[in-house]
Design a protein around this ligand. Structure first.
Ligand SMILES: Cc1cc2nc3c(=O)[nH]c(=O)nc-3n(C[C@H](O)[C@H](O)[C@H](O)COP(=O)(O)OP(=O)(O)OC[C@H]3O[C@@H](n4cnc5c(N)ncnc54)[C@H](O)[C@@H]3O)c2cc1C
Length: 407
């Protein structure tokens, strides 16, 4: 592990953003350094909240769910809420806000996240339409989710599927349109994707695969095959783009995401970035990617936070992973969904299984449904260089924990 020594910070640490990465960073800095000045700039007027609940508990239970982030462990922070960071002068080390105020920094951390891609061709039709990224979006969807209401979801990614599951739980009619022949194209192995699509179909979700949405009329969505889908609400879940304009306009290297190294450093001195906005080296694929997961946003921020607080400057190289809750399925996926060999453990019929991807005998990915303990063992193995025997991994009579101890 390469340790870069320690930072000797002069001046305040300014954080832009108020999502999980920004709050984890502020909390970790404060836990390790009670003296350093911390300023948080956020364009959101809302008190900070956690996004994963927005498609799950909050959509179902509203204010009764626990979706607010805990700020108690980040005391003595100057909050500039409802202020957009508009421009960055890296020579003067100052950031200018939407109200004209200029803020000086010793270290600047961009935690600006991402925003949902939209479909402009669907707007203005009269059917209520939204994406789902913010608390406001989730509240809008909640207002329209009623038993018997017709919800059309465009996009079969994690967000679209979670909204579908929650909407079915409250009794709405759900139709999902996907441009490709399968769901979860980017982030799950084929077998898991097929299982999840069947699970939804068996619970009443109607799928239209290989179809594009063309436009929306007063009360329906028109598909490219001429089919009209009646809709009381359309939710678009077709991915996100990084909020990297601030960095890009300041000459910092970006490509739909701010390039950072394993220490969270951008290409500009004293400017760092964490969370969804970053493009970083994925230790499994060995490519620079955006890793849009909660655990990445939190852990990348914690590692940088310790360093900015004066602790050792350590590299961050966690194995990417995410979870998703749909109906009674706890889905967990780590690594990459593509190897040269695939091992299946468990039974689809019990909704309890793991799919393990191997490349040249090493685990590069695991996807589990309702098998959390096993998932954690396989996730740890992705980080190791151990060679594993596929026939043993697939044998349910062998205790995996014991097997792993002996190889
Ligand atoms: C509905 C939903 C469900 C999810 N569920 C899961 C899940 O189950 N599992 C999982 O692993 N991941 C999930 N995720 C992904 C996870 O929530 C994100 O990876 C995580 O929130 C990223 O955090 P972040 O702090 O990097 O960015 P964000 O949460 O996007 O926060 C960025 C903040 O910066 C602010 N900002 C941007 N630009 C500026 C500016 N110029 N000036 C001031 N402020 C600015 C934004 O308003 C925003 O508040 C989900 C995401 C969504 C939307």
């Amino acid at each position: 592990m390469e340790i870069l020594g320690t930072y000797n910070m002069q001046g305040p640490i300014v954080i832009v953003g108020s999502g999980i990465s920004a709050i984890s960073l502020a909390t970790e800095i404060r836990a390790n350094n009670s003296a350093v000045e911390i300023v948080i700039i956020s364009d959101d007027r809302e008190a900070p909240y956690d996004r994963p609940q927005l498609s799950k508990e909050y959509l179902r239970d509203g204010e009764n769910s626990s979706f607010r982030l805990n700020l108690e462990r980040a005391p003595d922070v100057e909050w500039l809420r409802g202020q957009r960071a508009e421009s960055l002068n890296t020579d003067a080390k100052r950031i200018t806000l939407s109200n004209g105020r200029s803020v000086a920094y010793g270290a600047l951390v961009l935690a600006t996240g991402a925003e949902a891609k939209r479909l402009p061709n669907l707007v203005g039709s009269g059917v209520p339409i939204t994406t789902l990224r913010t608390l406001e979006d989730a509240s809008f969807i909640r207002e329209h989710l009623r038993p018997g209401k017709k919800l059309v979801i465009v996009g079969g990614g994690v967000i679209g599927l979670e909204v579908a599951a929650t909407a079915r739980a409250v009794g709405a009619d759900v139709t999902l349109v996907e441009a490709l022949p399968r769901v979860l194209n980017r982030c799950a192995p084929f077998k898991l994707a097929s299982f999840i699509a069947d699970y939804h179909a068996n619970r009443g979700v109607a799928f239209h695969f290989d179809r594009l949405s063309k436009n929306a009329a007063a009360s329906s969505l028109l598909l490219d095959n001429g089919r009209q889908l009646h809709a009381d609400l359309i939710v678009v879940g077709i991915g996100v783009v990084a909020n990297d304009a601030l960095a890009k306009n300041a000459g910092i290297a970006c490509d739909d995401g701010i390039f950072v190294d394993r220490y969270g450093r951008t290409t500009c001195p004293d400017v760092y970035a964490v969370g969804d906005v970053t493009r970083q080296l994925n230790p499994v694929s060995d490519r620079f990617e955006r890793i849009e997961t909660w655990s990445n946003a939190q852990n990348q921020a914690l590692t940088l936070g310790r360093a900015l607080a004066g602790g050792p400057v350590l590299p961050y190289s966690d194995i990417p992973w995410y979870w998703s809750d749909q109906y009674d399925l706890q889905i967990q996926v780590a690594g990459i969904p593509a190897g040269d060999e695939e091992v299946f453990r468990g039974r689809f019929a019990d909704a309890q299984f793991s799919i393990i991807q191997l490349r040249k005998g090493k685990i590069v990915g695991v996807a589990s449904v309702n098998r959390s303990r096993e998932f954690n063992i396989f996730k740890r193995l992705i980080a190791s260089d151990r060679l594993l025997d596929a026939s043993i991994l697939s044998d349910e009579s062998i205790n995996i924990r014991e097997y792993v101890k002996w190889i």
